[in-house]
Design a protein around this ligand. Structure first.
Ligand SMILES: *[C@@H]1O[C@H](CO)[C@@H](O)[C@H](O)[C@H]1NC(C)=O
Ligand SMILES: *[C@@H]1O[C@H](CO)[C@@H](O)[C@H](O)[C@H]1NC(C)=O
Ligand SMILES: *[C@@H]1O[C@H](CO)[C@@H](O)[C@H](O)[C@H]1NC(C)=O
Ligand SMILES: *[C@@H]1O[C@H](CO)[C@@H](O)[C@H](O)[C@H]1NC(C)=O
Ligand SMILES: *[C@@H]1O[C@H](CO)[C@@H](O)[C@H](O)[C@H]1NC(C)=O
Ligand SMILES: *[C@@H]1O[C@H](CO)[C@@H](O)[C@H](O)[C@H]1NC(C)=O
Ligand SMILES: *[C@@H]1O[C@H](CO)[C@@H](O)[C@H](O)[C@H]1NC(C)=O
Length: 794
């Protein structure tokens, strides 16, 4: 959330320092604080806040009662301060009320580990985690991450990224933080991500709500970006215009799953939705989130997304963060202004009461009162934008290192293999590319961009690695077993040396990446740092060239993908600090690749939906979601565009056959919702839920190759043509594990009512398709779907 360019000037860590200053202080003197928005002035809300219902599960009901009891003992001023971020040690802090035994709650980034902190794990990014298609690994990752937040004294973790962005814009600089460019897949991942963090006793934050599909032109203050882009004075964040059906069927969907997992915080986004700031948007917050999803926790703001007080409090924002923290850099809203608005009767005190209760309820619901956290290690000075780490406390566990190595293995996608992999005891191996190596250097704080190997995108989604094992180091260690000669050229401009060594080696492994982070869009889909040039230079001389790609999302591979000397392409994407160890096990065949793409790799930028990034230098940049639900593979399918590698694609060292498909009509009640939503559907009877399982589709998968492996089987639903839906919608995935050659195993796809429903804009609820027959397609990717089963829903 902080400005990524701001830290490009960061100073290096001082090794003997007692206060691990991370990174160097940046004075705020030249910066403005967030101004009030012309749109927020006296703006009235259209959807009133819902009554505080007090939790839809037993745990939350009890926590709500406790929070209410305490809030009733607070003064008005205390309640207002509870709704306003306070100065304190962390990036975000709530008010402490010692006389009531309420501590300050510490909030911190981010979606791939605690930031800023030392002694924590740099987890694989969301995109790599999604590519595992393994719900258990998704959960285990978040549980381990939650434990590190807890051990660093953080009550509220700013993650996971829950489909904001979902992946509408292929150039979006921060899609890697989230999971998959599909609401069902992002929803499943969000559910397990929230559950894992919260099972560790830390409040998760589903973000960014909603329609946040562009990383640039998102706020006015502290904005070098905007100066760079020569934006007009007073430019507002971009406005996402999204229709009701698309909102429900695409962008709200994963947030519903975060709510079902009991998420305690939701972060509203920088952008406007339909002309209203997202954090003052009563339609989205009071309407969609707090009424339709019956969300019981707090809505907190992104840093710089609050532009006023009255409209924001009434629009549904519960706590303005960082509020008075960080020296009030992001605007002096809420606080005294809110107090005055309640004092003169403009805002009812019941709203402030509800805000304070919503801020405190998750603290009790997650047991943080009974099992207090250690003091935070962060220490933010009000004079500095970028916080520093006050105390070195190493909380990484060996089991977490093993876990992230496994996620790196399971989330790597094998895109091409004509025999290059697995490696066969090469005598001589050449490693090419700056991306293969790593050294800690000034600037490696995830703000100014990574140095050398690209293991995680920069910005607030970055985490400082505890012990990053780079690919070159890991390969060098493994090569000892075969006495392989290892040579390397990590200088991407030394084409002459690359060429001469490539002509003499048995195998060359070339590393390349596409760099990205928050606050900015990718300029194009090209590889960074002359990646395509070093790949082509190597392949011109070496007939056994293996390419390894560290990617935040799609990239243009057309210049080399069909090159006959490129014998394999493997994409681990952003695997976190065990990048080298996980890679080595894949390269040598200790592990069989089983990751599949959670996005589509097209042949050119123009293959993707147009105009998804607004770059207009106008006061009110607007982006209309005219493609509606046709993002990523839905667009390619609907427009008959041949992708290079489709959504769901990924090879193995083995092969898999899809033998047969069948259905079992046994229904089952929803057992997964920890908090029920209030989403309605046509014909609903008492006790029925949108998430009840109507029936289950099964498919028999066979390992038809020669080696042990795992296969991610996928299910897509085709709706009757009258519904105007995309050709196919993903509605199931099952990672079928541990298949020996010749083994047959059943993939299971429970189909919930929502999975075969469409949003009806007239009824304002979900309903079955108007014609009964849907078709289920099962296969190995969104384009390879050998099994087909038509089915009458009614
Ligand atoms: C997740 O963690 C549990 C508990 O440590 C373990 O039993 C399980 O095997 C893990 N799952 C995966 C897929 O690694
Ligand atoms: C935004 O406006 C569109 C009409 O342009 C409407 O269909 C949709 O429901 C609105 N979204 C919200 C959240 O009110
Ligand atoms: C109430 O207080 C706010 C904040 O000071 C002020 O802007 C507003 O004009 C006041 N309204 C009335 C009706 O006094
Ligand atoms: C990289 O190679 C180029 C071309 O040979 C050379 O000019 C440059 O100095 C090298 N850079 C480093 C850091 O060695
Ligand atoms: C690519 O290499 C050339 C020299 O061969 C160099 O001038 C240029 O700056 C490089 N581009 C990048 C993005 O590194
Ligand atoms: C492939 O590599 C060989 C060297 O092993 C080289 O002679 C040949 O030209 C290369 N092929 C292409 C298409 O570059
Ligand atoms: C369907 O599933 C139920 C519950 O798992 C099981 O009891 C039943 O035997 C299955 N029916 C068929 C036809 O396989």
């Amino acid at each position: 959330m902080r400005n990524s360019l701001a830290v490009a000037t960061a100073v290096a860590i001082l090794c003997a320092s007692t206060t691990n200053a991370l990174p160097g202080p940046i004075a705020l003197t030249s910066r403005q604080t967030q101004p009030a928005s012309p749109l927020a002035d006296g703006l009235s809300y259209t959807v009133p806040p819902p009554p505080a219902t007090g939790g839809s599960s037993a745990v939350w009901q009890a926590a709500f009662e406790t929070a209410r009891g305490l809030v009733e003992q607070m003064t008005l001023e205390e309640k207002v301060k509870m709704a306003t971020g306070q100065p304190g040690p962390c990036i975000g802090n709530t008010l402490a009320v010692p006389r009531l035994g309420i501590p300050a709650l510490c909030m911190s980034d981010g979606p791939a580990g605690v930031r800023p902190a030392l002694g924590v794990t740099q987890f694989p990014a969301g995109v790599t985690t999604a590519a595992t298609w393994d719900r258990e690994l998704m959960y285990n990752r978040s549980l381990a991450m939650g434990q590190e937040f807890r051990d660093q004294g953080v009550h509220i973790a700013f993650g996971p990224v829950t489909g904001g962005p979902l992946g509408r814009a292929v150039l979006n600089g921060r899609t890697f933080e989230g999971f998959a460019a599909d609401p069902y897949a992002a929803g499943e991942a969000s559910y397990y991500a929230v559950k894992g963090i919260q099972d560790a006793g830390v409040i998760a934050t589903a973000k960014h709500f909603i329609g946040y599909e562009q990383a640039s032109r998102r706020r006015r203050s502290v904005s070098h970006m905007q100066r760079r882009a020569r934006a007009p004075a007073g430019q507002l964040p971009y406005d996402s215009i999204i229709d009701d059906k698309t909102t429900h069927e695409m962008y709200l969907w994963p947030f519903a799953d975060a709510v079902r997992a009991g998420v305690g915080a939701v972060m509203c986004s920088y952008n406007l939705v339909n002309g209203t700031h997202s954090c003052a948007n009563s339609e989205t917050i009071n309407g969609l989130l707090k009424t339709e999803l019956d969300y019981q926790g707090m809505v907190l703001s992104d840093y710089g997304s609050v532009w006023g007080t009255q409209a924001f409090a009434q629009g549904g924002l519960d706590i303005s963060t960082p509020g008075d923290g960080l020296g009030g850099l992001f605007g002096k809203f809420f606080g005294n202004e809110l107090l005055a608005l309640v004092g003169n009767g403009t805002i009812d005190e019941s709203r402030i009461q509800d805000q304070a209760i919503r801020v405190l309820t998750p603290y009790f619901a997650l047991g943080q009162k009974d099992d207090p956290l250690p003091p935070p290690t962060q220490k933010v000075s009000t004079n500095y934008l970028i916080p520093s780490v006050n105390e070195y406390r190493n909380v990484q566990k060996g089991s977490t290192v093993d876990l992230i190595r496994r996620i790196g293995e399971e989330g790597a996608v094998l895109l091409k293999n004509t025999g290059g992999l697995p490696l066969q005891k090469p005598r001589r191996m050449l490693i090419v590319g700056e991306d293969a190596g790593y050294h800690r250097a000034a600037g490696d704080f995830g703000n100014g961009g990574p140095i050398n190997t690209f293991a995680l995108g920069f910005g607030s989604g970055y985490a400082i690695p505890n012990n990053l094992i780079d690919p070159l180091a890991a390969i060098s260690m493994r090569a000892l077993e075969d006495q392989t000669t290892i040579e390397s050229v990590l200088n991407n401009t030394n084409i002459a040396l690359i060429s001469s060594l490539a002509s003499q080696t048995d195998v060359a492994v070339v590393f390349s990446e596409a760099l990205t982070g928050q606050g900015t869009e990718r300029r194009d889909l090209n590889l960074a740092r002359n990646g395509t040039e070093i790949i082509l230079a190597t392949a011109a001389q070496c007939s056994n060239t293996v390419v390894v790609l560290h990617l935040p999302g799609a990239a243009n591979l057309e210049a080399f993908v069909d090159h006959p000397n490129i014998t394999a392409i493997l994409a681990p994407m952003l695997p976190g600090e065990q990048t080298g160890t996980s890679l080595v096990r894949l390269l040598y065949g200790d592990v069989n690749p089983s990751g599949k793409l959670p996005f589509t790799i097209g042949k050119s930028l123009s293959d993707y939906p147009p105009n998804t990034v607004v770059r207009d230098n106008v006061v009110r940049p607007t982006t209309e979601f005219t493609e509606k639900s046709l993002i990523d593979y839905r667009w390619f399918d609907a427009k008959n565009i041949e992708p290079r590698f489709e959504y769901g694609f990924g090879l193995s060292y083995s092969t898999f056959a899809y033998n047969k498909i069948w259905i079992n009509e046994t229904a089952a009640k929803d057992t997964l919702s920890l908090q029920a939503t209030a989403e309605r559907f046509s014909g609903q009877k008492a006790g029925e839920s949108l998430y009840d399982v109507l029936f289950t589709v099964y498919a028999e998968i066979e390992n038809s190759g020669k080696v042990f492996g795992c296969e991610v089987a996928q299910l897509y639903v085709e709706f009757p043509s009258v519904e105007g839906q995309p050709p196919r919608n993903m509605r199931g995935f099952d990672k079928v594990k541990h298949l020996e050659a010749g083994d047959k195993r059943t993939a299971t796809f429970p189909i919930r009512r929502k999975d075969v429903s469409v949003w009806d804009t007239v009824l304002q609820m979900w309903r079955s398709p108007a014609e009964p027959q849907v078709v289920f397609h099962v296969g190995s990717s969104s384009r390879k779907l050998p099994l087909r089963l038509p089915y009458n829903l009614y």
